[in-house]
Design a protein around this ligand. Structure first.
Ligand SMILES: C[S@@+](CC[C@H](N)C(=O)[O-])C[C@H]1O[C@@H](n2cnc3c(N)ncnc32)[C@H](O)[C@@H]1O
Length: 188
């Protein structure tokens, strides 16, 4: 995701607002991690202009409380390098939970959304993150969801997927892979 952040920041150049869609975000680890990666490369001032729309079909018992509170049990955070952990998390007493600092937490908003509805949640995204979700769909569903991402992205927009997830041949004129090191694609 570091490669993605670098390419994204290079593309937006002087723009001071970023709009990102993390589709199939699960518990929020992915959008918050990406927000931290961005914060490490920019400033807290810049982070005020970052909006990450984190969506998942499964909102209820699982993901919404975690993302909306930004509070996670230490067990789920212990792999975060110490320096980053101290910088971005605050202990919530009296439990063994930790809360993300507001500058990161406020960048991410959760919405329930079913990708297979093919409803766009918004337009003009600079980046769509969709990792480990499309593999659950049929070939046809993947094509339709990727077309929906294409329409949701701005002309200079980026799409990132997990390793091994390819752009179907039918959509080769929609997205171009930008580096062999990541499944990072630029909108054509
Ligand atoms: C394996 S998790 C991936 C989480 C995260 N993106 C990652 O890579 O760590 C797959 C996620 O896709 C979500 N998902 C499955 N079908 C979906 C759909 N039709 N619309 C939106 N999200 C869906 C699941 O609820 C789950 O949270």
């Amino acid at each position: 995701m570091e490669i993605v952040a670098d390419e994204l920041l290079r593309r937006i150049a002087t723009k001071n607002r970023l709009k990102i869609w993390d589709a199939g975000c699960s518990t929020g680890a992915e959008p918050f991690t990406f927000a931290i990666i961005l914060a490490e490369r920019t400033t807290m001032e810049f982070m005020r202009g970052v909006q990450i729309f984190a969506t998942d079909i499964d909102e209820l018992q699982h993901f919404r409380p975690l993302i909306e509170s930004g509070i996670y049990p230490y067990e789920q955070l212990k792999r975060i390098p110490g320096e980053l952990f101290q910088k971005y998390f605050i202990k919530t007493n009296p439990s063994d939970n930790f809360q993300l600092i507001p500058q990161i937490h406020n960048a991410v908003k959760f919405y329930k959304h079913n990708l297979l509805s093919l409803d766009k949640i918004d337009y003009n995204f600079d980046l769509v993150i969709c990792k480990n979700v499309l593999l659950h769909f049929t070939a046809n569903e993947r094509i339709n969801v990727l077309k929906m991402f294409y329409q949701s992205l701005n002309p200079n927009g980026l799409l990132v997927m997990e390793q091994n997830q390819k752009i179907p041949v039918e959509l080769e004129s929609f997205f171009r892979q930008l580096t062999p090191q990541a499944q990072l694609f630029g909108k054509i």
